[in-house]
Design a binder for this molecule. Structure first.
Ligand code: FAD
Length: 140
């Protein structure tokens, strides 16, 4: 069964660009082997990640990610069975939110600051779909 899991977490302290590169590099390597696709956003000290793949594989991967000391306060915000992937071509794309992306976030949010914890599952799905169209992933 194909599922999409979206969760948010807060970075534990200030992560250097090398830390973020490390996360993206191991994600791309591991996820490609697992058949997991998705995207990772980082803004305002908050990670927002979308993981797509087989339900048992995504479940196991999410539990592995939870053990990582580089983030805290994880919360699953959306979990759904899906017919098709949004990120078929990305083993894990990093999307850093810039000023240019602010209107996309504002479209789905009541506040100006990036805070995905406050978004409803439907809004998160639409935000990721918009990001696929408008954002270019940064590769490690
Ligand atoms: P390696 O790739 O060999 O490790 C890479 C580097 O990260 C090394 O420098 C190592 O020292 C460091 N490192 C590894 N684990 C930790 C840790 N727990 N704490 C601090 N430093 C560490 N992994 C995925 O496979 N797929 C994902 O989609 C994914 N998403 C992530 C999202 C977030 C927000 C975070 C914080 C981490 C994510 N990770 C993901 C990373 C995951 O938590 C593990 O670190 C990674 O899977 C370990 O891969 P590896 O065994 O191949 O280690």
């Amino acid at each position: 069964m194909l599922v999409r899991l979206i969760y948010a977490s807060r970075s534990a302290g200030v992560l250097s660009p090398i830390d973020v590169k490390d996360i993206v590099r191991s994600s791309q390597r591991n996820n490609a082997k697992l058949g997991v696709t998705g995207a990772l956003m980082l803004s305002n000290g908050i990670f927002l990640q979308c993981l797509e793949g087989d339900h048992l594989t995504v479940n196991a991967l999410y539990h592995r990610i939870l053990l990582d000391a580089r983030h805290r306060e994880p919360a699953i915000l959306s979990y759904a069975e899906i017919d098709q992937r949004l990120y078929g071509g990305w083993s894990m794309g990093l999307v850093t939110m810039t000023e240019a992306h602010r209107p996309i976030f504002l479209k789905y949010s009541v506040q100006a600051e990036f805070d995905p914890y406050t978004l409803r599952p439907k809004a998160l799905e639409l935000l990721f779909a918009d990001m696929v169209e408008h954002a270019r992933p940064i590769t490690a």
